[in-house]
Write a protein that binds this ligand. Structure first.
Ligand SMILES: CC(C)(COP(=O)(O)OP(=O)(O)OC[C@H]1O[C@@H](n2cnc3c(N)ncnc32)[C@H](O)[C@@H]1OP(=O)(O)O)[C@@H](O)C(=O)NCCC(=O)NCCS
Length: 205
């Protein structure tokens, strides 16, 4: 483990990130119902062990809010002005499990099915990477997914992350033999230029 990754950031920010088409903002009570709908959609949850009940979905929001309270950043709620007041989340989180790459800061995303195929995840993720490197001064950001989750892996690749098979790991939250257990890890390190560009690249506000 290198020293940069041992020092995880603690900051008090209420940052809202904006891109050409998206607002990544803190969660509102009204987001809970559409988030529960998304978490009960088999298409969205194809690469997760189970659909979430309303109570489980609300608990997940609670954990996201607690992460914001503790670290000052997290999985932002995605608003698409003029299109959808809530479309899912894109953001940063600190994995709560231990693995060969932890402690680390992870970039992740989950969007409602009707918002796929429009470049929103990549656009939001680009702004999140820029925030992580420029504002949080992270040296590295990781992302992981079950190996078969090709849509998520394509987002990782589009934002410039790299995968080394030597980093593949078994997710400790899934039992031996579970078909989703094998995960791929992608990494990206801070570099002098912007980490990625999309038509909608915006800036942290
Ligand atoms: C992962 C997930 C966010 C990816 O969504 P996505 O729509 O494929 O990704 P993007 O929003 O970046 O959109 C990219 C697609 O939109 C297309 N697109 C259309 N208009 C576009 C535009 N204006 N700009 C960029 N891309 C555009 C791209 O060609 C690309 O399509 P392709 O993958 O078929 O080539 C989505 O599948 C999801 O929410 N999955 C469920 C949750 C999940 O698995 N999360 C990850 C857990 S590890």
């Amino acid at each position: 483990m290198n020293s940069a990754r041992r020092r995880l950031p603690q900051m008090d920010t209420k940052a809202e990130l904006r891109t050409a088409r998206l607002v990544l903002r803190r969660w509102r009570p009204a987001d809970r119902a559409p988030f529960a709908t998304l978490n009960a959609d088999p298409a969205v949850m194809e690469y997760f062990p189970a659909l979430l009940s309303r109570a489980e979905s609300d608990s997940a929001v609670g954990r996201i809010e607690a992460h914001f309270a503790k670290h000052g950043f997290g999985l932002w709620a995605v608003e698409i002005p003029g299109v959808a007041p809530f479309a899912g989340f894109i953001g940063l989180s600190i994995p709560s499990f231990q693995a060969h790459f932890t402690p680390a800061v992870e970039i992740g995303w989950r969007l409602a099915h009707d918002q796929w195929g429009k470049g929103y995840a990549t656009e939001g993720a680009c702004a999140v990477l820029a925030f992580g490197f420029e504002e949080l001064k992270l040296d590295e950001i990781v992302s992981f997914a079950t190996a078969a989750n090709l849509p998520s892996r394509r987002v990782m690749e589009r934002i410039g992350m790299s995968h080394s098979p030597a980093d593949d790991f078994d997710h400790p939250g899934l039992p031996e033999g579970h078909p989703l257990r094998r995960h791929v890890l992608y990494r990206i390190r801070r570099r002098p230029e912007q980490p990625c560009h999309t038509a909608g690249q915006g800036s942290a506000e």
